[in-house]
Ligand binder design. Structure first.
Ligand code: SF4
Ligand code: SF4
Length: 137
């Protein structure tokens, strides 16, 4: 794994994450508002089933990392349009092919997973290309 490949993977992660965010920002399929999400508000999902429950990356204002795996997943109560499903499936396919899908994983976790021979030098590179995430209010 060369540094160049690592940078390519970092950029690919950014592009895929942005594509997935677009699906949720434009259409809000989880119907999120100040009272929570579709699942939470109507108790459609139990506390244990909620997607972020007990995750180490869950902060007071939501997720604190760019979690690509999570951004391509919805609970079974969310009704996606065909177009949304197709887009998320396509993002998942590309991410999986590039070994970037890590359950509850940050970008750093995903890049670590994508690299077969992980070592301290590689970790230094990865940290350099993982921009800090600004959590939206
Ligand atoms: S990593 Fe996934 S499960 Fe964890 S807080 Fe972020 S979105 Fe939720
Ligand atoms: S996937 Fe389900 S539990 Fe998670 S935010 Fe969307 S509606 Fe809520």
């Amino acid at each position: 794994m060369t540094k160049k490949r690592l940078i390519e993977l970092g950029k690919l992660h950014d592009v895929l994450y942005a594509r997935a965010c677009k699906v949720f920002e434009e259409n809000n399929p989880c119907k999120i508002n100040r009272n929570g999400c579709l699942g939470c508000r109507y108790n459609l999902v139990t506390k244990r089933e909620r997607c972020c429950v007990e995750c180490k990356y869950l902060g007071p204002k939501g997720c604190t990392v760019e979690a690509l795996y999570c951004k391509t997943w919805v609970c079974y109560h969310v009704e996606l349009t065909d177009e949304q499903s197709k887009e998320l499936a396509e993002i998942q396919r590309i991410a999986k092919e590039n070994h970037l899908l890590v359950f509850r994983g940050s970008k750093l976790d995903a890049l670590k997973y994508a690299i077969p021979s992980f070592n301290e030098t590689v970790l230094k590179w990865i940290k350099l290309i993982c921009e800090p995430v600004v959590v939206k209010a």
